[in-house]
Design a protein around this ligand. Structure first.
Ligand code: SF4
Ligand code: SF4
Length: 472
């Protein structure tokens, strides 16, 4: 039986309920009165149920899809403005005891050299990331209790936060590691992590079992219930994701929204972020073998409907996507973007060309961070290096309350401009700097509160004088 508040995976991600939802969506395919009423409800910007979202996903009337896109753009604008938060992944180790068939780090793959960074090597990687201008990282590592125990992760987080190279610093470390115990989540919280990210890969239990034939990750329930344990351990910002292409996308789309509803119903806080990766080729992995691959159009539709279904949740797109694909979904609601990513262990200190044989997946967007920032500026977006909320204790329900009342805009806009200014002063090439300065000037005018605007102007002046790390 479906029960959003249950602590059991099979009840809060209920297979029969997902199938019934998909049947309902199919039965109502292109049912215009129903679609119109759902879009009308979505205009209140308070979200949609997974059932309503599934009806929109099933719709293929072009006019209705364009209305969904228009609303997604409006919601993006209302809650996130033109801001796009930048981050980079940092791979610590590719040792892994799991057998995930779609990932080259699965333990059976003998073609890739195994590597684990020492604290000294982490230092070098972090300096390379700081020298690009990054302030926010997502730590990635395989699951291996011997090579990558929790102590190693904690020590690495400590190392990362301790490095201050020139004007650089990493101010927020998000962590993407395997499902673990409440005790370990508590330790991660104490180490000062931002968001705990764990991709479900697929919500379809049988497919999940086949894709994860061996290792601890084989346990669907333990994996699916991880966010509940993270919450119990005190981590109140969690990030969901599925790997589109592994399973029927409609099923996983409903699954991820069901998971979001479960978190909201149980803990009063929905997911902080949702990631929407699509499967990519890699060593020992043939992405074309996955018949569930989704087209760019479906991908855009998924992003837009997620935007209107969970307006308070950040949407993340990585460098798995091409520049063109990222450009399209940025408009439709994506709020976080990785830039200049390396998806292999030690990749940031490697000389070009990067050895992709050891990458977790092939990167489609290979531009430098400055090129990505420049491109975003040209498109009228504000690249933001803001990490203020978690450092000000605005996490979990405190964060959500601010977002829901739309008060967060008073923090995000000035913080985006201040952190962009730091980037321009310390790392930007001349053309990027020129575009960025012009945008800051324009966007300052759009801070509604005069007092906040004046403080922001003062902080920008201080940054020019060499001061750093201001925040609202
Ligand atoms: Fe290991 Fe994660 Fe890759 Fe699975 S997806 S093989 S758990 S690194
Ligand atoms: Fe994110 Fe908070 Fe910064 Fe806004 S102020 S960009 S919500 S960290």
């Amino acid at each position: 039986m479906y029960n959003a508040k249950s602590s059991k995976a099979e009840e809060f991600i209920n297979h029969e309920e997902i199938l019934a939802t998909l049947d309902y969506a199919k039965a109502n395919k292109n049912n215009r009165p129903l679609i119109d009423s759902i879009i009308k409800k979505a205009k209140n910007m308070k979200g949609l149920s997974y059932r309503e979202a599934a009806v929109l996903l099933e719709c293929d009337i072009e006019e209705e899809i364009q209305r969904i896109y228009k609303l997604a753009k409006e919601i993006k604008q209302k809650f996130y403005g033109k801001r796009i938060v930048m981050f980079a992944p940092l791979y610590l180790s590719n040792y892994c005891v799991n057998g995930c068939v779609y990932c080259p780090y699965h333990f059976v793959n003998k073609d890739i050299p195994r590597k684990k960074l020492t604290q000294e090597q982490i230092r070098d990687e972090v300096i390379a990331l700081q020298d690009m201008g990054h302030k926010r990282l997502a730590l990635e590592t395989g699951e291996d209790p011997v090579n990558n125990p929790i102590e190693y992760i904690l020590e690495s987080i400590n190392t990362i936060y301790s490095i201050k190279h020139k004007n650089g610093s990493i101010r927020r470390v998000n962590v993407n590691i395997a499902a673990t115990t409440v005790e370990n989540y508590r330790k991660l919280k104490e180490a000062g992590i931002g968001t705990y990210i764990l991709f479900q890969e697929t919500y379809h239990r049988e497919t999940y079992r086949k894709l994860h034939p061996t290792g601890p990750k084989h346990d669907y329930a333990y994996h699916t219930e991880a966010m509940d344990r993270a919450m119990e351990g005190g981590i109140d910002d969690v990030g969901l994701g599925v790997l589109f292409g592994l399973n029927n996308y409609r099923y996983d789309f409903v699954g991820i929204l069901m998971h979001a509803e479960h978190l909201e119903a149980t803990f009063g806080v929905g997911p902080h972020t949702i990631s929407v990766p699509r499967i990519r080729p890699a060593s020992d992995i043939d992405a074309t073998a996955y018949s569930n691959a989704i087209s760019d159009d479906i991908f855009a539709k998924i992003v837009a409907i997620l935007r209107i279904a969970v307006p308070y949740t950040g949407l993340i797109v990585s460098t798995r996507e091409s520049k063109e694909s990222r450009e399209k979904v940025l408009e439709l609601g994506v709020s976080q973007l990785s830039g200049a990513s390396r998806t292999n262990v030690g990749g940031y200190t490697e000389d070009e060309p990067v050895n992709e044989d050891t990458s977790q997946f092939e990167i489609e967007d290979r531009r430098t961070l400055d090129q990505v920032v420049n491109w975003l500026l040209s498109l009228g977006h504000i690249p933001s290096f803001c990490t203020a909320c978690y450092r000000e204790g605005r996490t979990g329900d405190r964060f959500m309350t601010l977002v829901k009342s739309n008060q967060i805009a008073n923090c995000c806009q000035p913080n985006a401009l201040i952190t962009l200014k730091e980037y321009l002063e310390d790392y930007a090439l001349p053309d990027t700097k020129e575009k960025g300065e012009a945008l800051i000037k324009e966007e300052l005018e759009l801070i509604p509160n005069e007092k906040v605007r004046n403080i922001a102007i003062e902080k920008l002046r201080l940054i020019e004088q060499g001061y750093r790390d201001f925040r609202f």
